[in-house]
Ligand binder design. Structure first.
Ligand SMILES: [Fe+2]
Length: 290
């Protein structure tokens, strides 16, 4: 099947032509989508009426093993009873809107900080696939930043300076920057992970900055210098010229490469409007593919 992709931004992000991913299982088409991911880093598929099981099955077919430790389980019981299916919504277990002072809402607000999924775990997330079920009548968009173009635009001195550096990523750190406190028991489960600051896509060989609000320090550097470097790099990488803003429609499936992008949710009146999406993220490991 020959798929088409229309660019949504000068550097990255593309919208696929009509296709029903529920029926895509042949290697050739899956490889076409993988190649498009290597090129565009964010792909938008419209009108994908996934049931939860179908979304999980597509993610397995497409990229192997699903991530089951993306963080929320420590704070919030999974509404669907499956840790591979992440509830990106402003709803409680009964489907009611979360109150403004609900701890689960406070935790979810961290998604409004620039981040890449599960960088506080090892292995982290590779592809995330977010399916829109209920979309508010007001803008409740997600922004993506292209970390490959951001790397390419660095000056030579900065590239030399960051070559070989590693960062510690911790969700306890990123949540604490918003005033969210974890108990000692929760912190024990959230020790974080160390990852290189620059990553290379093994197929395309393109380099990208691997940054997130979870990044708490640079290994072997004094904490202030490391945090200042991380802030400078995030500021650089999230300039408007590197950012695509996605306005959601019901039925959208957006796939992004967490190794090559950051993203953040934008604010909306979440006390008045339901917003309900489901996310499946794959493990960033070398895994045999069908
Ligand atoms: Fe995310």
């Amino acid at each position: 099947m020959a798929l088409t992709f229309r660019k949504l931004h000068p550097h990255f992000a593309a919208e696929a032509g009509a296709v029903d991913l529920r029926g895509v299982a042949d290697r050739e088409t899956l490889d076409e989508i993988r190649a498009a991911m290597d090129e565009h880093a964010v792909l938008v598929f419209r009108d994908q009426p996934f049931a939860d099981d179908e979304q999980l099955e597509f993610a397995r077919r497409f990229d192997g093993v699903l991530h089951t430790r993306t963080g929320a389980a420590v704070v919030k019981r999974n509404r669907f009873g499956n840790e591979a299916l992440t509830d990106i919504s402003n709803l409680d277990e009964g489907g009611a809107l979360l109150k403004a002072d609900d701890r689960r809402r406070a935790y979810s607000l961290g998604n409004r900080l620039w981040h890449t999924d599960a960088s506080f775990q090892d292995p982290p997330g590779r592809y995330s696939m977010l399916s829109a079920k209920v979309v508010p009548p007001v803008a409740a968009d997600t922004e993506f930043a292209d970390m490959r173009s951001a790397y390419d635009a660095l000056d030579d001195d900065t590239r030399r300076k960051i070559d070989g550096l590693r960062a510690h990523h911790s969700i306890a750190y990123s949540r604490q920057t918003l005033g969210f406190e974890f108990s000692a028991e929760e912190q024990e489960k959230l020790k974080g992970a160390v990852h290189p600051l620059v990553r290379t896509n093994p197929r395309s060989r393109r380099r990208s900055l691997y940054l997130a609000s979870h990044a708490s320090r640079i290994i072997d550097w004094p904490v202030p210098e490391g945090r200042l470097l991380l802030r400078d790099l995030i500021e650089h990488a999230t300039q408007p010229r590197f950012v695509y803003r996605h306005p959601w429609r019901v039925g959208d499936l957006v796939i992004w490469d967490n190794r090559a992008t950051m993203h953040r949710g934008r604010p909306f009146d979440d006390a008045s409007h339901r917003r309900e999406l489901r996310r499946v993220t794959t493990l960033d490991i070398e895994a045999p593919r069908g």
